[in-house]
Design a protein around this ligand. Sequence first.
Ligand code: NDP
Length: 256
Amino acid sequence: MTNQLFDLKGRVAIVTGGNAGIGLAMARGLAEAGAAITIADRNADNSAQARASLERDGHQILACVTDVTNPASVAQMVASTRERFGRIDILVNNAGISIAAPLEEMSLGNWQTVIDVNMTAPFICAQAVYPEMKAAGSGKIINIASVLAQLGSGGAANYAASKGGILQFTRSLATAWAVDNIQSNAILPGWIDTDLTIRARERVPELHDRIVSRVPAARWGRPDDLVGATVFLASAASDFVNGAALTVDGGFSIQG
Ligand code: NDP
C-alpha cells in the first residue's frame, strides 16, 4: 500500500529547469519513482548531458530546448511531450533565476526579467498543460517557490516578490482547478548548494558561513534534499493536499 502511494509508473512529468541543480535532482527522483520525464531548459548542451546521464540509468527522458517565458516555446514543448509519451500528469515549475541588486539600484529590466522567469512562466506552463490534465481527470502541479516568498529580501527584492507571487498563484491554481482533480502545491526550499547560490556566494563570500550558522541542521541543503517532497506532491500520497506550502530548509525559516 505505502509503496503504491508513491509509485509513478506510467506517469509523465515535465520538469522545467530540469538540466541542472534542484531540477535535475527532481527529474531523477521522479524517474526513479517510475515516471517518464521531459526536461525543459534553454541550454541544449546541458540538457543533452542531463538526458544522457538519466538515460544511462534506464530512465525515459525527453530533453526539449525551451524558454519558459515564451508561450510558443512552451506550447511546442508540451506538444512534443504529448507526442513522445502520450500524456502529461505532473508539471514541476522549477526553472528560476536570481539577479540580485540593492533595491535602490535595481533596474526595471532586472526586476522584469526575474518576474518573467520565476512568476509569469509558471502561469504560462500551467495554462499549457491544463487541457491535458483536465481531459485526463487528474494532475499535479508543483511550483518551486522559496523561503524568501515569506521572508522577503532587501538584496533580491525582485526574486522575493516573484516567489511570493508564485506562492499565491499556487493557492489560486489550487482553488481554480481542484474541481478538475488537479492538485497544486508549492515547495519552499531554503539555501541549497547549486549554481544559483554559488553565484551568490561569489558575490558575498561570508554567505556560506552565515547560512550554516542560521540553519538548525547546520549545513546547506543539497538538491537531493528536495526529492522526497517532490515525489510526495507528484504522487497519490498527496491526493488530498492542495494549495500547501511545503518548506524544505533544514529549519532555517523558524529561526526568526
Ligand atoms: P540553477 O541555476 O542551478 O538552475 C536553474 C535552472 O533553470 C536551469 O536548469 C536553467 O536552465 C533553467 N532556466 C533558467 N531560465 C530559464 C528559462 N527562461 N527557460 C527555461 N529554463 C530556464 O538553480 P537552482 O537549481 O538552484 O534553482 C531551481 C529552482 O529552485 C529555482 O526556481 C530557484 O529559484 C529555486 N530555489 C533555489 C534555492 C537555492 O538555494 N538554490 C532556494 C530556493 C528556491 P538553462 O540555463 O539551460 O535555461
